[in-house]
Design a protein around this ligand. Structure first.
Ligand SMILES: Cc1cc2nc3c(=O)[nH]c(=O)nc-3n(C[C@H](O)[C@H](O)[C@H](O)COP(=O)(O)OP(=O)(O)OC[C@H]3O[C@@H](n4cnc5c(N)ncnc54)[C@H](O)[C@@H]3O)c2cc1C
Length: 386
């Protein structure tokens, strides 16, 4: 079994194009945001349009829908480059469509709910986490109660990314005997956005809103079949892409820090000649290579077998290792820059703040360890290593 296959010509070309877009189109906007302290939504709309024209949109969706249906390996190559940008701007390039929903939805749901997303008229947002349950998804309290042909949803959802501009919410709630996903329109009576809190990575292109559902009626035909399967698949792919973005951010940080260390002088020589500076960078390069190998390997495993438990465990390892590595590298890079690295106009400061959430969202580092340990004690180490 190949540990990491080389990127084929098509994937390498996507990677190169993504890198160019990030450097030419996104880096200047990062600087504008750093100077103004705010995201210009008109500018973001224009960038999205340009990214779409360049092909960076819905490239993960099936060919029947007119999309490129790229394998995960190529998607990781794009997403890694997207991770080089701050302020969430990378999502303009890594604009994946709702693949998991397309696979789950009935024909009727596809037509009524997902076509507008596919036409880019709106976007969807996932509402799973609650004030009382995040890691422990099984502990969610939102309820869906059957009433004739409808379900009545009640509950509270937190951290709904993109909820500030989404037209459609994918809401997880518990019925009498299971958890199920429901498609709920933004303007559905009984659904209200009650708060738009601020976060450590602000200014950011997406907000993370809090939703309240009070006697919110949803027809039975808007309940997704096999809801919990869909949520599981969504988590797996999102985790893989977090690992990829962390690798991209870490690569940029390492390039910036080593270039600076080679030019900056202290005590009569470049600081790169002080081992106190060069050794942490040597560790960073070593750890980054390991993170990239793990991430591309996990992508390859998932491509080869779309629903395997071992690949799920490897994605957890990639997410855990890449996010923790990127945070370590950001800390070391900031130290190499000294006071400059602490200035908000500096990309290292932004990466340092923004990478922190990658150890939390889509399953904290501890939850990734729970998944890995569960696999280890169920199957042994061998399937993960062979
Ligand atoms: C910016 C941002 C965007 C987000 N976007 C979304 C979104 O779009 N949709 C959505 O539904 N959610 C979203 N989330 C929620 C995110 O997935 C949760 O915050 C995350 O899963 C952790 O849940 P929690 O915050 O409730 O922490 P908790 O589950 O309360 O965990 C608190 C601490 O306890 C630890 N812990 C919990 N259980 C265990 C255990 N078994 N063993 C060891 N340690 C444990 C955790 O690792 C953590 O350190 C987002 C969060 C953030 C910050």
């Amino acid at each position: 079994m190949p540990v990491v296959p080389g990127l084929d010509a098509e994937a390498a070309e996507w990677q190169e194009r993504a890198r160019r877009f990030v450097e030419e189109e996104l880096y200047p906007v990062e600087q504008q945001i750093a100077e103004s302290g705010a995201v210009d939504t008109e500018e973001i709309r224009a960038l999205r349009r340009r990214a779409r024209e360049t092909g960076f949109s819905h490239y993960n969706l099936p060919r029947e829908l007119g999309c490129a249906d790229l394998p995960l390996l190529s998607q990781v190559a794009i997403e890694e480059q997207a991770g080089r940008a701050t302020n969430g701007l990378g999502f303009i390039v890594a604009d994946r469509g709702p693949r998991e929903l397309v696979e789950l939805a009935t024909d009727d749901q596809l037509e009524r709910w997902l076509r507008p997303v596919l036409r880019r008229e709106t976007v969807e947002a996932w509402a799973v986490t609650e004030p009382g349950a995040g890691s422990d998804v099984g502990g969610i309290a939102a309820t869906a109660t059957r009433d004739g042909d409808d379900w009545v949803l009640d509950g509270e959802k937190w951290f709904v990314t993109g909820g500030d501009h989404a037209g459609l919410f994918v809401v997880l709630a518990r019925t009498e005997d299971e958890q199920a996903l429901f498609l709920v329109a933004r303007d559905a009576p009984g659904l209200e956005i009650v708060r738009r809190p601020h976060f450590m990575h602000d200014p950011y292109i997406d907000g993370h809103v809090e939703l309240l559902l009070r006697s919110c009626r949803v027809p039975d035909r808007d309940r997704l079949p096999r809801g919990d399967d869909g949520a599981r698949r969504w988590f797996t792919i999102e985790r893989l892409m977090i690992a990829a973005r962390c690798c991209g951010a870490a690569a940029r940080l390492l390039e910036l820090a080593s270039e600076w260390a080679a030019g900056r002088e202290a005590f009569g020589r470049p600081i790169s000649e002080h081992q106190g500076v060069s050794f942490p960078l040597a560790d960073s390069l070593t750890e980054l290579l390991a993170a990239r190998l793990l991430t591309y390997h996990a992508a390859h495993e998932l491509d080869a077998n779309p629903s395997p438990s071992v690949a799920h465990g490897k994605v957890a390892m990639a997410k855990l290792y890449a996010s923790e590595t990127a945070n370590r590298i950001a800390d070391r890079a900031l130290q190499v820059f000294g006071g400059r690295g602490y200035m908000t106009e500096h990309p290292v400061e932004r990466h340092f703040r923004e990478l922190r959430v990658d150890r939390i969202w889509e399953g904290t580092s501890e939850i990734q360890r729970v998944i890995i340990a569960r696999g280890l004690f169920k199957r042994g180490a061998e399937p993960y290593l062979e």
